[in-house]
Design a protein around this ligand. Structure first.
Ligand code: C5P
Length: 303
């Protein structure tokens, strides 16, 4: 049976723990990265075309490069190369995840494009094969495919799924303009050198998942999760964008149990005690704020 169009829905993520180790010789940092998928979604639709083409829509689409450098296009090329075929596909990205916001929006589009093309081309790749291609595309891409909750080690690409015993309510305050992930890691290294701790692997303790945080997820205990949220990149994001401190404070004053920069930022994430309070916090923070629940399922073909 030939398929004419395949749409994949894919979630954003927040890091409930981001423990950053020292810089490795390859320039990456070893992580203990606890990912939680949240219910803000992009959609990627793959349709047959003469050649690889990429289009998009959504409020922030002007800041997304719609060319071969787009991670979704690179995913289609990587999959086609693996199977010795030409990527004759039109990818259309419906963008709702903040761009360059620390919520893995680009990684989400890559994972979605991979699954959409695999389905469109009838390749039937195994989950393990798809995850391996994801890992080549970027550190956060495997988790975008997997969804749910997971501990990511290595660069963040080696995943162990985690049990989550309940659902959590979040508010995300999207900042104007993104932050570059490499720039935030560089700033983290610079701050470490300034503090005299050194920045290389060997100087910095090996990052480890916090057992209290893993229990909080397993028990679905929002208060315990709020107490354990931690992001080693937060100081670097605040150093590059000092105004984020005010956003974190505003969300806490509006009723959040805890506030944290999401990944490399600049999106700020607020954990609410329940969905009603999340709605109120979002209303207080204004039009840039979005409420969403977690965990959310990973990339999946929309019927
Ligand atoms: O893997 P990804 O392409 O998403 O990484 C983007 C950049 O973020 C890397 O080039 C690197 O500068 C930084 N990074 C890092 N350590 C990680 C993940 C990302 O230094 N574990």
């Amino acid at each position: 049976m030939s398929v004419n169009a395949v749409t994949v829905r894919v979630p954003a993520k927040v890091n409930v723990q981001l423990a950053v180790g020292g810089r490795r010789p390859d320039g990456f940092h070893d992580l203990a990265n606890v990912f939680l998928a949240v219910g803000l979604y992009d959609h990627v639709t793959a349709t047959p075309a003469q050649e690889l083409r990429i289009t998009g829509e959504g409020p922030d689409i002007a800041s997304v490069p719609l060319d071969a450098s787009n991670l979704a296009a690179r995913a289609a090329v990587a999959l086609a190369e693996r199977h010795n075929i030409t990527p004759r596909v039109h990818l259309h990205i419906g963008k709702d995840i903040p761009v360059a916001g620390g919520m893995a929006g680009g990684s989400a589009d890559a994972a979605a494009a991979l699954l959409a093309c695999d389905t469109l081309w009838g390749l039937g790749s195994s989950r393990a094969d798809l995850l391996a291609i994801c890992a080549e595309l970027g550190s956060d891409v495997p988790f975008s495919l997997a969804g749910g909750a997971a501990l990511g080690v290595g660069r963040g690409e080696i995943l162990t799924p985690l049990e989550v015993g309940g659902s959590f309510s979040w508010v995300f305050a999207v900042a104007d303009g993104g932050l570059s992930t490499p720039a935030v890691y560089r700033e983290c290294d610079r701050l470490r050198r300034e503090q005299g701790t050194g920045d290389a692997a060997g100087d910095v303790p090996v990052p480890e998942a916090d057992p209290r945080l893993l229990s909080a997820l397993r028990d679905g205990d929002v208060h315990a999760l709020a107490a354990a949220l931690h992001n080693d990149l937060q100081a670097a994001a605040l150093s590059l964008r000092p105004e984020l401190a005010g956003t974190l404070q505003a969300g806490t004053e509006a009723g959040a149990l805890a506030a944290i920069v999401s990944g490399s930022g600049p999106t700020c994430a607020f954990l609410a005690p329940d969905a009603d309070t999340a709605g109120k916090i979002a209303a207080t923070l204004g039009s840039s704020a979005r409420a969403a629940t977690s965990p959310a399922p990973g990339a999946s073909v929309v019927a």
